[in-house]
Design a protein around this ligand. Structure first.
Ligand code: V47
Length: 344
């Protein structure tokens, strides 16, 4: 039973950085030794047309980024055909909230992928998308989740969680799935025996207290369902959007937040340093501050790169593996639900 409460967690921020790192590293070593997990994956973002207006988003087609697109199923299958040849084992499919596609447009592409490649893992639809599809097409969450299972979705990504504090949430993404709804959707998904991830968008207008509150809400649900595989703190990217901040978050604060996440959220087994938003260099350092997962090669990414992240073309496998080794850790290729595939 983890006894770190809000106040204790906030006090941890005052620790010396290296002491905090050592504490988090001890927990990491207990759980994973020197292993750093990654997978060979491809992000696919099929449409950027969005009915919602999140201030932090640079991806959706809007005044600042007026390039609306919706991929055809043929285009998506061409991507999948290509990446399967390259050894990709997971497709991570998330989109904006396009009001014009119909729900079948999503389900059908999942079916097509699974029919052609039954072994590929489909990680698709954030809780924000599930909420949008339910509201827009007049379904219950249960109905949408059942349709996803039927269509072959294997797991849910952790996007759309942002920050659970209702005040901050109202400011940065009013009108989107609420915090309670986000958690409810994941709970229902876990009750179907399925796994998911959970993110936190930080480094914008939120306080340390808001971050800990977010993490504690996750810990509470995880105690109940055990369905979260991985926690992913996403560092806010500042470009091409409407969420202005005074100064960007420092590396010191990012590492502190990673370390505290590892200590407070010890019931979620994996902590991902998502190199896309933290930079590769800091993600490598974060391995010493509790992180045991670096996501994957990604190959192409449109959401965070639209806001300034250097991830548009992913990273080569050899380089990725070499970087993990050179930083003193053991690269372990995993599947999407953390079964080990290969120690590199
Ligand atoms: O939900 C949007 C975030 C998320 C910005 O589950 C931004 O394994 C930073 O959820 N700066 C999508 N972040 C990405 C995501 C994700 C990524 C990797 C792995 C997994 C997983 C999930 O990106 C959105 C939103 O929270 N985002 N804009 C921005 N300016």
């Amino acid at each position: 039973m983890n006894t770190i409460d809000l106040q204790t967690a906030l006090q941890l921020y005052n620790e010396d950085l290296f002491t905090l790192g050592q504490m988090a590293d001890e927990k990491r070593q207990q759980l994973h030794g020197k292993k750093t997990y990654f997978n060979i994956n491809r992000h696919i973002n099929p449409t950027n047309i969005c009915a919602d207006v999140c201030k932090f988003c640079a991806y959706s087609a809007n005044r600042k980024n007026p390039n609306p697109y919706t991929m055809s199923h043929e285009q998506i299958m061409q991507i999948v055909d290509g990446v399967v040849q390259d050894g990709v084992k997971e497709v991570h499919i998330i989109s904006a909230h396009n009001p014009d596609t119909g729900i079948e447009w999503y389900l059908d592409i999942f079916r097509k992928i699974k029919e052609k490649y039954p072994a590929i893992h489909v990680k698709a639809l954030t809780a924000a998308e599930v909420d949008f599809l339910a509201r827009h097409y007049g379904h219950t969450y249960d109905a949408v989740l059942d349709m996803m299972v039927d269509a072959g979705v294997d797991s849910m990504p952790g996007g759309g969680a942002e920050i659970f504090d209702e005040g901050v949430r109202d400011y940065i993404c009013k009108g989107k799935v609420t915090s309670d709804q986000w958690l409810e959707i994941h709970k229902k998904w876990h009750q179907r025996g399925k796994k998911s991830n959970v993110t936190m968008l930080f480094g914008h207008v939120e306080s340390r207290e808001h971050r800990i509150d977010h993490i504690l809400r996750i810990r509470e649900l995880q105690d109940e369902t055990g369905g979260f595989n991985c926690f992913i703190p996403l560092v806010y990217q500042t470009e091409n959007n409407y969420l202005k901040i005074d100064k960007p978050i420092t590396a010191d604060e990012i590492l502190r937040t990673m370390a505290i996440s590892r200590l407070v959220l010890d019931n979620v087994p994996n902590l991902k340093a998502y190199w896309v938003t933290s930079t590769v260099n800091l993600a490598l350092v974060a391995q010493e501050f509790g992180a045991n997962d670096l996501d994957g090669t990604i190959q192409k990414e449109s959401i965070n790169s639209a806001a300034g992240a250097k991830s548009a073309n992913g990273i080569e496998l050899d380089e990725f593996v070499g970087l993990i080794k050179d930083s003193g850790f053991t690269p372990v290729e995993r599947d999407s639900v953390y079964n080990e595939i290969k120690v590199w």
